[in-house]
Design a protein around this ligand. Sequence first.
Ligand code: SF4
Ligand code: SF4
Ligand code: SF4
Length: 280
Amino acid sequence: MTQWGFVIDISKCIGCYCCFTACKDEYWDNDYSSYTAAQPKFGQFWMNIARNERGKYPYVKVAYMPVPCMQCEDAPCIKAARDGAVYRRPDGIVVIDPQKAIGQKQLLEPEACPYGAIFWNEEKNLPQKCTFCVHRLEKGEIPRCVQACPSECLVFGDLDDPESDVSKLLKSSKAEVFHPEWKAKPRVYYTDLYKMTKHFIAGAVIYGDSDECAEGVTATLIANGKSARTTTNNYGNFEFDGLDAGKYSVKLECAGYAPKTLDVDLKTDGYLGDIILAKA
Ligand code: SF4
Ligand code: SF4
Ligand code: SF4
């Protein structure tokens, strides 16, 4: 049985909003009978683009995360709806019935959708959301947002087919769902989710005697008896990403120079700035 799902690569998303615009074009003024009423011209972000800015000048990193309805397997919106106004199809798509759901504003509460994927249509007195473009799937077409994405970061397909691109990506990558602790069992997976949820420690190493960028310095990150290692690039930069908040040590070692250890109490992203290595 087909089970539709997404694997979204956060590293490939450039935040261009082509997916959002395509979704708006597909649904604004277009009614798809039993699946959804038309989307209003303004408001409603069925494909929302969350943005995360990390670090501070001169070391800033930005990531974008496309957020459609997660088509949760254990969807709180279904439980929050009255009269069966939200239901799950056999292919996994969660539908808000555009007739039965009229007036059901409780579906906008965080308890009904912790992902904030449901929007209110004031004119129609109706909650609405991403449908996974079910009307297009039934014609053998891919969702409009997938078609419009210039960086191919939205991979869509049948999670039940081991040969589909989504299944292969799930096997080969460390794809994960957003907020698994909410236990809604989303059908949307992300790769490189750490860019939205974790922190980094970075720095720039300089040779004290020559004032040159220190390339090839070994940087070792130590925390709780575990360690990770990298080397500085030709600008003298090193970086450890995907870290939780906590206490870390960074040890810098280079032949001919005195080793240096820095203690970091990481609360948010940590750029350590210029670090000078003195001659041994
Ligand atoms: S993301 Fe929200 S609206 Fe979509 S299925 Fe899950 S709980 Fe329902
Ligand atoms: S799958 Fe369709 S409805 Fe959902 S965000 Fe993409 S274009 Fe919009
Ligand atoms: S179209 Fe693709 S790259 Fe652009 S914001 Fe959407 S998902 Fe990201």
